[in-house]
Ligand binder design. Sequence first.
Ligand SMILES: Cc1cc2nc3c(=O)[nH]c(=O)nc-3n(C[C@H](O)[C@H](O)[C@H](O)COP(=O)(O)OP(=O)(O)OC[C@H]3O[C@@H](n4cnc5c(N)ncnc54)[C@H](O)[C@@H]3O)c2cc1C
Length: 477
Amino acid sequence: MPSSTQLLVILCLSLAAVINVAGKTTKVKTLILGAGAAGVTAARTLYKGGQKDFLVLEAQDYIGGRIKQHDYNGYPVEEGANWVHGIEGGLDNPMWQIKQKYGLKGFESNYDDFVVRNASGYDITDMAVKTAYEKVMKKLDRLLVIKDESIDISIKEASRRVGWQPKTQMEKAIERYKVDFEYTGNTERTSFNGWGYYDRDFFVADPRGYGVFLKLMSVPFKDKILLNKKVAHIRRLSGGVVVTLASGDVYQAQFVLSTFSNGVLGSGAVKFSPPFPNFKKKSLKKVPMGHYTKVFVKFPRKFWDDNEYIVYATDRDDGYFHTWQDLKRPGIFPDSSGMLLMTCTGNTSIRVEQTPKSQLKQEIYGILQKVYGNRIPYPNDVFLSTWSKNKFIRGAYPNPIVGAKREDYANIGSNLGRLFFAGDGTTSETFGFVHGAMETGSKKAYEILNCIWQSGYPACPVYTINKKTINNRSYMK
Ligand SMILES: Cc1cc2nc3c(=O)[nH]c(=O)nc-3n(C[C@H](O)[C@H](O)[C@H](O)COP(=O)(O)OP(=O)(O)OC[C@H]3O[C@@H](n4cnc5c(N)ncnc54)[C@H](O)[C@@H]3O)c2cc1C
């Protein structure tokens, strides 16, 4: 005999099916929305937990989300994530274990191998300034520990309070290199509550792509990942969730896990019924997406410094091409590549992603001529990532603004009945990282498994504000 709750679920879902006159209706126990790091990890957790009645719906035509490789004139470049961060954690770092397991190729970044050049091309590198700034970073670590979370300031303001007053071009450049490069270039509005950094990172340069581990991981359930499925509307009913695609097709599920970016969730591009409660809306505003664009510039030959990083000391504060990387180096690309990676962030990212390529090529040539002289060759080609423009991502990764607290990430990740949320914007500990996205995917899939394992699907865990983040690394097993 079905229970009254089960009868209600059947009734509601049948009603939803009747309403859908246009498209096809599919019933499944669990739906995962998005096939990025969080979605694939969640799918793997369900699969390994013996719950094989699930589907993953992905709007784009590939697996990986913000982990994506592009074949650029025969050279594989990473459009999104490139580093495994925090390798000093060794086996405690889940991504490091994954790197080892799947044999990701690359090398440890040497952030000390840099040169700073100003807009006239002078080498103004001063290692004493770098050492002084690293001491400031340690002071910021200590300040964060003693600071009251409810009184937030910007990272810029915090560094001024511990005595950092950059005046010279070198001082300003080192701050951009050490902080803006990581925090998507807006330290004036970035929350100091979100301060943190890793000391040692592994740069992935693998012909198979950074995302190869997600593809290999998903082999056993590959047929359950449906590409080109654009979710338009998510309706919560009393005992389940109905997901309607832009095509009109309908999926009815007992449990749904959204892994959409904070950019997508905050944009209103996907309709949620009933709408998000105010606490979720407010928190999404406090943890919006930052902007970070990778511009790969191909030249007939290398003419730049033979350093891993070239820091461009400009007076501009709009994220203007501050950090360049030599990709024509051992372990990345051969001599013939002539490849330079120029990163911009913040407002420059937004502008550059809209700029016609021919114009961008000319602009970059202009900067490089000033730095390296008029005899440099004209770029053969440019290729750039466009995550801010991508309507299924809407930014690069979360960049909390002043006032964001731990509870905001928890609010964004809070489940609404049978609708769960994971993704890199739902964790205060590891937001904006591949390993953070995976941890949330795994954790939420376990919550769903627990709901399923309770006979008759009684009420699933109710979200309580201020719930402590649990780091669940069991997806490694
Ligand atoms: C330029 C850049 C550089 C980065 N560098 C690093 C790095 O070096 N190291 C690191 O650890 N992290 C880095 N990150 C961050 C890292 O890539 C992300 O934290 C992680 O990939 C996020 O995974 P996710 O599954 O949470 O989200 P996503 O990868 O965004 O997955 C969500 C999926 O949902 C899909 N989707 C959205 N809307 C819909 C819809 N309506 N219907 C169906 N599907 C939809 C999207 O297409 C996407 O595939 C970088 C990110 C960027 C953009």
